[in-house]
Design a protein around this ligand. Structure first.
Ligand SMILES: [Zn+2]
Length: 175
């Protein structure tokens, strides 16, 4: 993997920001779009190649956009909210491809994480009760206590088909 050079991207971000310093400028940006390259053909503006996920970032104050940006460069903004969103959008994209392929989804680290399940609750896709149920069986599954029971799998399937799927398939930030 060719390493990127973040300095150039950092300058581009500051130039497109209202603030004049990187430490302030980095707070003006949000993720407004994401795209997955299953063939790893993504190239970040910093030069890093063979990327799976590429993001478009937008400035909240002036509407300027910068793309494509890889997840490593977004991590360099040192903002936990952006890092969470990188994880959420990457997982939603993966889950969307699995649903489109007809691959059965499992409640393990392959498709789900605590951050993602919490996000589904935060945006109202699932209820607090459903969130808790998913967390319970996610914790059980993550601790290596084997596969889901038939009942758990059918509950997960019903949530995936009825609630999570429609949200994931029509996510406004995914291209
Ligand atoms: Zn980069």
């Amino acid at each position: 993997m060719s390493a990127g050079n973040f300095d150039g991207l950092r300058s581009a971000v500051v130039d497109a920001s209202e603030a004049g310093s990187w430490m302030e400028a980095r707070k003006e940006w949000e993720i407004i779009g994401a795209e997955e390259s299953v063939a790893l053909k993504g190239v970040c503006r910093c030069g890093q190649a063979r990327l799976r996920m590429l993001f478009t970032i937008g400035n909240r104050l002036n509407g300027r956009e910068i793309a494509p940006v890889g997840s490593s460069c977004i991590n360099n903004f040192l903002r936990s909210d952006l890092n969470d969103e990188v994880e959420i959008l990457s997982r939603i994209s993966k889950l969307r491809l699995a649903i489109l392929d007809g691959t059965p989804t499992q409640l393990d680290g392959k498709y789900f994480s605590r951050v993602l399940v919490k996000h589904f609750e935060a945006v109202g896709v699932i209820t607090t009760k459903e969130h808790q149920f998913l967390l319970d069986i996610f914790n059980k599954s993550a601790s290596g206590k084997g596969a889901l029971s038939v009942k758990q799998q059918s509950y997960l399937d019903s949530l995936t088909i009825g609630k999570i799927g429609p949200y994931v398939l029509h996510h406004p930030k995914l291209t």
